[in-house]
Design a protein around this ligand. Structure first.
Ligand code: THU
Length: 134
């Protein structure tokens, strides 16, 4: 699957958002080695702090559906932003834990802007209990 197809999947996921408070829909699509795609959308709550971002929804769904996160090749994230969307700090830490370091991360907007990056760029000097503890 090429990056354009994955980004299109993220756009489809965006339509599933539950964002009645911010009205800001975000979509994410996880790509596995065998071509499986898992959608995620942001899901908000009237207790605002309980809201869940699209990329975390996609990753939690990947695990919940029984897939192995080690098989993740890429993830695309899209929103209606001026520039390519930028994931929040919490999502960067979750990506760091659940997505292989060599996975490609596409940050996108609806105007066709795409930044191809990876977790080391998004979260340098990150914390990993498995790697960092003595
Ligand atoms: N949001 C995401 O889902 N992903 C991002 O990368 C940025 C922010 C959501 C959280 C909240 O539901 C809405 O966008 C506004 O912040």
């Amino acid at each position: 699957m090429n990056s354009n197809s994955l980004i299109l999947e993220a756009k489809k996921a965006m339509e599933k958002a539950y964002a009645p408070y911010s009205k800001f829909k975000v979509g994410a699509a996880v790509l596995l080695e065998d071509g499986t795609i898992i959608h995620g959308a942001n899901i908000e709550n009237s207790s605002y702090g309980l809201s869940n971002c699209a990329e975390r929804s996609a990753l939690f769904s990947t695990i919940s559906q029984g897939f192995d996160t080690k098989k993740i090749k890429g993830i695309a994230i899209i929103g209606d932003t001026k520039d390519a969307i930028s994931p929040c700090g919490a999502c960067r830490q979750v990506i760091r834990e659940l997505v292989p370091k060599n996975a490609v991360i596409y940050l996108c907007n609806l105007d066709g802007k795409v930044i191809e990056t990876n977790i080391d760029e998004l979260l340098p000097f990150s914390f990993d209990l498995f790697e960092d503890s003595k």
